[in-house]
Design a protein around this ligand. Sequence first.
Ligand code: DX5
Ligand code: ZN
Length: 217
Amino acid sequence: MNRLAPSILSADFSKLGEQTELVEKAGAHFIHVDVMDGHFVPNISFGSTVMKSLLGKTKLPFDVHLMIENPDRYLEDFVTDNTEYITVHVEACPHLHRTIQHIKSLGIKAGVSLNPATPISSLEAIIEDLDLVLIMSVNPGFGGQKYISSATEKIKELKKMKDSRNPNLEIEIDGGITLENIKIVTDAGVDIVVVGSSLFGAPDIEKRVKELLELIG
Ligand code: DX5
Ligand code: ZN
């Protein structure tokens, strides 16, 4: 089953609890947590305190996307009862194998994300160790950007690698997903779809979650 991960980066922070409850009620599967440090990406979002403010407000698992340098230093901060995945960027991890083992040692599933210019082949040596691969379909840093269409081929290439080497791997896409292209990415092999601005920017958030879910049903 394909699953939906609303990115709270595009939520109204003054109503974060309410909007999280709304997407949960509408049937979303994860809360995608975009953490940006102003170094690895040219923007600062929020840290673990904001994520932890949702504990008790939602039962949805947290899907943490760390767009930060030196993620090893902060991993422990993101471990909560709700945390299911912590994803780091291959471009930010000189010792990726060590970082993956560090995440797993905390009892959390480990993900790796690839920027648009980073090829799938960069996962060759590590694919069997991963629970999730997040393909960025925009350059990370901001919500509301346009889908970079070369990501579709990367999904297909990763799907082949998954089928032959790690069938339990979850493939996730993040960036520029809308009602118009969500079916294209799930058809290509995506399991988990991150949607930010086209979900929280919709006039009726609950209705938009349902529309997106229907498309990937
Ligand atoms: C981008 C973030 C994404 C982003 C998605 O750096 O990782 O999760 O918020 O937002 P949309 O769906 O607006 O591209
Ligand atoms: Zn993200």
